[in-house]
Write a protein that binds this ligand. Structure first.
Ligand code: PLP
Length: 358
């Protein structure tokens, strides 16, 4: 499919843009362009367009506004050492997008078109690449139901959109150890939508996350909904636990955990490094006991937005414990450097994870 390219009538002046990308923060600054692709039942995906970023007109009965048929992805464009731009495992995002689509009764989006759309808009807005250390262009592809219809059934019309947000470090102080709050709320029940990247999961996580913030923590930890015992993940990041005998575990994907691409990459890198890594259930009581006995030496949280970060402190109603010294962990640092190195082209990419796009 060829993209129609609509000229931008008034892109941001260079000086305004350069000032903005010097201090981008996270998620508040957007670039000039966006991609849109429309879907109609019977016709399929059509009219791929690269055009000026701007408001999208929607009928007030559009079903996304009522029944939340919406999914998204989160990925980044990186700048390699030689100044060229690259994506990291974009096919994995495209594949996961379709898994999410299937769970939300939405149509499949062609995976090559997904990658093509991302490339198109990144190249159109490459001058928006943040000028700060550790910066990247955060890419947000998403799809939602546009059909005006209030009956409850899958919509017959959808829109796929890609927008970009220049991003600096996710946590203000770079890569410190974060403090987490174990919530009584749950994120995902067996048979629910926990493994789909859909907006609805995030809507439901806002109250628990707000509670964690109000108590002075950076993130919330969710336990499983059935037994309220097993550690699942943070609001938007997966977890790994590192022990003093070199063992490392991460909760298995039982349908209630988002299958992170960072998680998958870390599993691969840790195994290559000769670590004894496995996917194993781990309970909140064991986490506390192991941290207190010193058997657990590190806990790392990982995701595209914040890459890899140590968890230093864990609290809930009735307990609080520290992991290691409470600061950044050693293995977390090593893995982070390796992954960031591959993404930035300073460490050899032996897995074909890096896709150069210019
Ligand atoms: C996106 C997301 C992650 C991390 O996935 P990555 O592919 O590593 O960015 C983890 N948990 C949740 C709930 C997410 O939405």
């Amino acid at each position: 499919m060829d993209f129609t390219r609509l000229p931008h009538p008034a892109p941001a002046p260079g000086a305004t843009r350069d000032q903005a990308i010097a201090n981008p923060g996270f998620g508040t600054l957007f670039t000039d362009h966006m991609i849109t692709v429309d879907y109609d039942e019977g016709k399929g995906w059509h009219s791929p367009t690269l055009g000026p970023r701007g408001p999208i007109a929607l009928d007030p009965a559009a079903s996304v506004l009522h029944y939340a048929q919406e999914i998204f992805e989160g990925m980044k464009a990186y700048k390699l050492q030689d100044g060229s731009m690259a994506l990291f495992r974009p096919e994995a995002n495209a594949a996961r997008f379709n898994k999410s689509a299937a769970r939300l009764a939405m149509p499949d989006f062609p995976e090559d078109l997904f990658v093509e759309a991302v490339k198109e808009v990144v190249l159109a807005d490459k001058d928006w690449f943040p000028s700060v250390e550790g910066g990247a262009l955060y890419i947000r592809p998403f799809m939602f139901a546009t059909e005006a219809f209030l009956g409850v059934r899958p919509a017959k019309q959808y829109k796929f959109v890609v927008i970009l947000s220049p991003a600096g470090n996710y946590f203000k102080s770079g890569a410190p150890a974060v403090s987490v709050w174990v919530s009584d709320y749950t994120r995902a029940a067996p048979g629910g939508t926990g493994e789909a990247k859909c907006g609805g999961n995030y809507a439901a996580s806002l109250v628990p996350t707000g509670e964690a913030f109000a108590k002075g923590h950076d993130q919330v930890v969710f336990l499983d909904a059935a037994e309220r015992k097993w550690i699942e993940e943070l609001g938007g990041m997966n977890l790994f636990f590192v022990f003093d005998d070199g063992r490392m575990i991460t909760p298995p994907l039982r349908g209630t955990i988002l299958p992170g691409i960072t998680r998958d990459s870390i599993l691969t890198l840790a195994r290559e490094q000769g670590l004894d890594v496995s996917e194993e259930m781990y309970s909140i009581d064991q986490w506390r006991a192991d941290a207190e006995s010193g058997k657990l030496v590190e806990t790392m949280a990982c995701g595209t937005a914040a890459v890899v970060t140590s968890v230093g402190k864990v609290a809930s109603d009735g307990f609080e414990f520290t992991i290691g010294s409470g600061g950044p962990g050693q293995l977390t640092g090593t893995i982070r450097e390796k992954l960031v190195g591959i993404q930035r082209g300073t460490v050899e990419d032996t897995h074909g994870w890096v896709m150069k796009i210019d």
